[in-house]
Design a protein around this ligand. Structure first.
Ligand SMILES: [Ca+2]
Length: 100
């Protein structure tokens, strides 16, 4: 593979992180609630400051788990990344807004 761009590396890393955390417990194709909690806490400490709150983790899990099988598959994780990317854009835009 030719040298990857920053954007390509970001996407590869997003997929790699899912695989790493999903492999920690039995089912390597899904994130359990514990794996999700660990992933949010270690990989997104600034975006997900609520990751130490069990009620917040329950709520996030419930929101992400669209097919309600009590685990997060790659598609559900991908939707979380899209939402987080939208939050990043909002934060970035609000920080760059010129003072009037
Ligand atoms: Ca699920």
């Amino acid at each position: 593979m030719d040298q990857c761009t920053t954007s390509e590396i970001a996407l590869f890393n997003a997929a790699k992180i899912f695989n790493e955390y999903a492999a920690k417990e039995g089912d390597s194709e899904h994130l359990s609630k514990n794996e999700l909690k660990s992933l949010l806490k270690k990989e997104f400490p600034n975006l997900m400051q609520c990751s130490n709150d069990p009620a917040a983790i329950d709520q996030i899990m419930e929101t992400l788990d669209q097919n309600q099988d009590k685990k997060v598959d790659f598609m559900e994780y991908s939707l979380m990344l899209i939402t987080m990317t939208q939050v990043c854009k909002l934060v970035m835009d609000s920080c760059q807004k010129p003072n009037k």
